[in-house]
Every structure is written in structure tokens, then in C-alpha cells.
Write a protein that binds this ligand. Structure first.
Ligand code: NAI
Length: 214
């Protein structure tokens, strides 16, 4: 999927620009050159210029980038100017960890509901949000605007729960269950697999070791 002709590779790099620019803003920095940003981010200045040129003329020769402007524009491209309501399905270790992470809210991801099948969790609250039982999910989704559902349930339950969410109008799934969901094209799925990131790390460790044994 392309966004305004911007490649997915660039889109994947935007959150990191957004984070650095946010830190600069908090530090009171109003403008920054691509060279300075490059040193901070450990990316070449030409990569930064190429990436940010996608959004048309944010940088000015001899002036650099206007941090606030660029931060705001990247935020718009990432769809962060609007809040997103989130529910979490599966209030186990991972679901509770996500629910406890208050910083998502700073980015406009608002936790609206947490669901599970375990009756022992019924009514337990996490940051003021009660864990509800799955039999309430359908009516909850019908009566609340739910933009994103995070799936932190066992993988053998993920497909059926995802189908039910989609049937009830949820259009975006943040999938942590280790399964590739088979959903209609109008449903947006983002898979997050920490183990894949760990395998990447392991690969890089092996590669480093090989290179340094030569
Ligand atoms: P957990 O066992 O602590 O929690 C799972 C929760 O889901 C339990 O509270 C259980 O009652 C609930 N549940 C089971 N069936 C359900 C259903 N049909 N509807 C609603 N809730 C249901 O497990 P943990 O460690 O929190 O992991 C959750 C899932 O996330 C697992 O599939 C695990 O493999 C995956 N996982 C993925 C990671 C990733 O990076 N993608 C990292 C860690 C876990």
C-alpha cells in the first residue's frame, strides 16, 4: 500500500523521525539542519533529505528544517492528528502490559476497553479501564467507536476473534498472536512479533561474530 506515493520504506522510517523531532521540540530546538539531524539519528544526511523531500520543501537551504512544522506534518502523514480508540482482547501478560503503558495515550491512542474470557479477571481495572468479558464485546463495539483492536490472545483463538471483530465493524487489528490473519482487504492489519525482532538481533550477533573472527 502506498501513501500519497510515499514508499512503505519511507513510511517505516517516519515514526523514528517523529520521535527525534518530538524530543527536539521538547528541548526547545526550533530548527535543525539535515547534518545535525543526521548526526543525532545516525542516518546519512542525504537519506534524511531524500526522505523528507517526499513531503515537499520542508527544508530550506541555509536554514534547515523547521522542527515544529516537520513534526506536525509527519504527525499528519502518520494520522496522529486524530485520536484512535483502542480495545485490547486478551488481558494476560502482554495485554495487561500494553494496557498499562500510558504513553500510547500521549500519541492519541486511547484505551477504551479490555476483554478476556477468564472470569477471574472480570471487573479488574487497569488504569481505570475495567476488564470485561467477551460476551459483552459485540454490544461494546456496536456502542463505542472502536478504531483499533489489539489481539493478545492465544493464536488458536485469534482468527475467530478477529472475524467477530470485523463482522462488528472493527477495521484495524494490531495483531500480536503468532498467526497470519486471513481478513478482507478493507481491514488493516499490523503484525507485531517481538520474536522476529529477536531473531534479527540474533542474526546480527552471528554476523558480527563471523566478521570479527576473520
Ligand atoms: P497469557 O496466557 O498471559 O494471556 C492470554 C489471555 O488471553 C488470557 O488472559 C486468556 O484468558 C485470554 N484469552 C484466551 N482466549 C481468549 C478469547 N477467545 N477471547 C479473549 N481472551 C482470551 O499470554 P500472553 O503471554 O499475554 O500472550 C498472549 C498472546 O500474545 C499469545 O498468543 C502469545 O503467543 C502472544 N505473544 C506475542 C508476542 C509478540 O511479540 N507478538 C510477545 C508475547 C506474546
Amino acid at each position: 500500500m502506498e501513501d500519497r506515493g510515499i514508499s512503505q520504506a519511507v513510511i517505516r522510517r517516519l515514526p523514528r523521525y517523529y520521535r527525534y523531532l518530538g524530543e527536539l521540540l521538547e528541548g526547545g530546538v526550533e530548527r535543525i539542519s539535515s547534518n545535525d539531524l543526521s548526526k543525532r539519528m545516525n542516518v546519512t544526511a542525504s537519506q534524511i533529505r531524500q526522505d523528507l523531500n517526499n513531503f515537499g520543501g520542508f527544508g530550506q537551504q541555509g536554514y534547515g528544517y523547521n522542527v515544529k512544522y516537520l513534526y506536525t506534518e509527519i504527525g499528519k502523514i502518520l494520522g496522529l492528528e486524530e485520536d484512535h480508540n483502542i480495545i485490547i482482547i486478551g488481558a494476560g501478560n502482554l495485554g495487561q502490559a500494553l494496557a498499562n503503558y500510558a504513553a500510547f495515550e500521549k500519541r492519541g491512542f486511547i484505551l477504551k476497553g479490555i476483554f478476556d474470557v477468564n472470569p477471574r479477571l472480570a471487573g479488574v481495572t487497569i488504569r481505570g479501564v475495567p476488564i470485561r468479558m467477551m460476551d459483552e464485546l459485540r454490544s461494546f463495539v456496536a456502542n463505542n467507536e472502536v478504531d483499533i483492536a489489539a489481539l493478545t490472545i492465544p493464536k488458536d483463538k485469534a482468527e475467530e476473534v478477529a472475524d467477530m471483530l470485523v463482522e462488528n465493524g472493527v477495521r484495524a487489528i494490531w495483531n500480536f498472536a503468532h498467526i497470519d490473519l486471513n481478513l478482507p482487504d478493507n481491514v488493516i492489519v499490523e503484525n507485531v512479533h517481538l520474536s522476529e525482532s529477536l531473531m534479527q538481533l540474533s542474526y546480527n550477533i552471528s554476523r558480527y561474530n563471523e566478521e570479527h573472527q576473520k
